[in-house]
Design a protein. Sequence first.
Length: 323
Amino acid sequence: MHQITGRWRLGLLLSLATVSMWGVLPIVLKLLLAHMDAATITWFRFMIAALVVGIYLAARKRIPDVGGLSKNARWMLLVAIIGLGGNYLLYLLSLNLISPGTAQVVIQLAPIMLMAGGLAFFGERFQRRQWVGVLILVTGLGLFFNDRLTELFSGLGAYTSGVVMVVVASASWATYALVQKQLLLHLGSNQIMFLLYFTLMLLFWPWSHPSAILELNGLAIGLLLFASINTLIAYGAFAEALNHWQASRISAVLAVTPLLTLYFAEIYSRSFPDQLAAENLGTLALFGAALVVGGSIMTALGGGKKENAQTGAGPVRRGKLKG
């Protein structure tokens, strides 16, 4: 079983970096979708990330040798690839059936599933005040999305397939994250991400249109590069955070992501109202936002300094690598 290093401050910092990147990403993708299809955008993101991480690992002579891994590790790697790839694919397909607002509500199941997985499979424990934090967090999410929850349940008959896709996409992502944590016993975080990026780049190739980049203007190219760098930083930070901090704590921090998206969207819409419309929130939604932030802080740090540093801590063992 993978054991964290116990450097919880570093884990928190990496989690916040992940949240910041994922918070701004939907805005960038929304603007980019006006110039390029979703499959091609995803392929470029994986391709650039694989190239950058591959060059870094090659320079350090750390390119992972999959053949040198144990059979169990190879199976875990396959599950991680399917989990992350399934999350991307199912979420994109669901947007053809349900509104982005509804999808955003349902996808919040992902960090909650990760939290549950950390408690169930990695022996992570919450103190009473942290369970209170979880309750506050979930209540806050419900209040924050109160209008969209009405939309979700009122349209469930017509949107069943789309909703199920996002639920499965959430489970796929949580599965990927939990398996990746266990893979840290065999590979470094950068090595895992390189294998994921490279494999998914190949899998998305048949549905992509790389020549579309020739038709992009300067702004669109900049957005595509930012989205690719965003993938590199966000998933790199997330993968490394799993090495230092409990998955349940990280998932609590990730719950703040939609609030940051809203904040960044508000800032952008004020400067460019013709490109992105602002979303008006009622008093109940704003109160819910405050609860999400407070619940996340209580869940992530409520165990106290000693508990955060020691629970599940220990040296990280990795299998012998070749190359």
